[in-house]
Write a protein that binds this ligand. Sequence first.
Ligand SMILES: [Zn+2]
Length: 452
Amino acid sequence: MRNLFVVLALCLGLLFAIHANAEPTLNRDLPPGLQIPDAARPGPNFDVDRATDAYINLLSPEQRAKSDAYFEGGYWLQLWNLLYGIGVSILLLASGWSRRMRETAQRISHRPWLYTAIYGVFWLLTMSVLSFPLSVYADFYREHQYGLATQSFGPWFLDQLKGLGVGLVILPFVLMAVYAAVRRAGQRWWVIAGGLSFVFSLFFSMLFPVFVAPLFNDYKPLPEGDVRTAVLSLAHANQIPTEHVEWFDASRQTTRISANVSGFAGTTRVNLNDNLMNKTSLPEIKAVMGHEMGHYVLNHSLRLTIYTSLLSLIGFWFINFSFGWAQARWGHRYGVEGLADPAGLPLVMVLFAVFSFVTTPVSNSIVRQAEAEADAFGLNAAREPNGFATSAMRLSTYRKIHPGHWEEIIFYDHPSGYERVHASMQWLKENQDNPTANAPLPVTAPTVTPAK
Ligand SMILES: [Zn+2]
């Protein structure tokens, strides 16, 4: 317990240091409104590569250097995250803390399902406290350093607490189910765990937009106007049965632009974030919504749930044999009695984290492929290649615009900005009569009342 207070004191110290150092950074956003460089105008000399380069050159060298630094720093952050998580888990095991948490849980109840759930609550609370310093650095300080975050510490911390609250509701059920599988199914537990991860992911993706997302942001119907008309028209033209178009105050947390189409059957809704509304033009909004509708029409959420559950299944199989090896070496020293003992959860998490780290290129490639499909769908649905190219350039404020081939395969869960602009210009080459590409500029942000 004394260690806990030392960690807390360190966190507070770090916090004050951060407040003292927080400084405003250069504005990295592209100007509002649609951007069409001369080389990206249709004409007899239209060249896909030249048009793409003209878009890429909209970024100043400083903007590009900063975006590269942010994104490449993220590669290292993945490694630090893994090592930090392993360190904290070993601390929990080697100090006997994990064993004592299980003993305390067993004093409260002797029923395995109940003490497993109680252990889960203890574990999540402890991990949240111990991981707090890294989370403050990665999710608060660094985001401010690069001008991507908008929240001061108080509201940010409150959001973290809400996230912890959601975790405390969900995790005990997940652990109860998986540990029950370990107790009942013996050596075949990992097959059932893979099935459970499919059911839980599907269930969570259904509950998320209705119960979780509104905890963090305000969702309001989008007022009548050009944007609402255009988005609904795009939805109806693509067999998306909805009249619900909402927007939410993402600018509370971030400067990033985004949108999504969520829900099933009667709960289907189209959500735009207010940064998208306030910084971009109608052709950009249509292009982004065409992409999001692509995810919906192509049934990506179900497909990705199936793929990631299959990957988790392999992860559980890996845990099944590697846990026995680790248990034989260290288990007795740490008071872990076997795979069915929740006191071994930190060890399970280390193994799972190593597995996820090693398979990151696989999971990224699975998602990136779906994103590329949605890109192609969106270009055909919205028919706004310059809108899509401009919004791809806006995303480059936090995503390196032109990575190497293998860098993209390993680290990117979306096509790079370069690939997206190139695909847009390829589409424009084949559709030279495109009205927006031939129309005069400027096309500026639509006027909307603030989402408050
Ligand atoms: Zn997408």
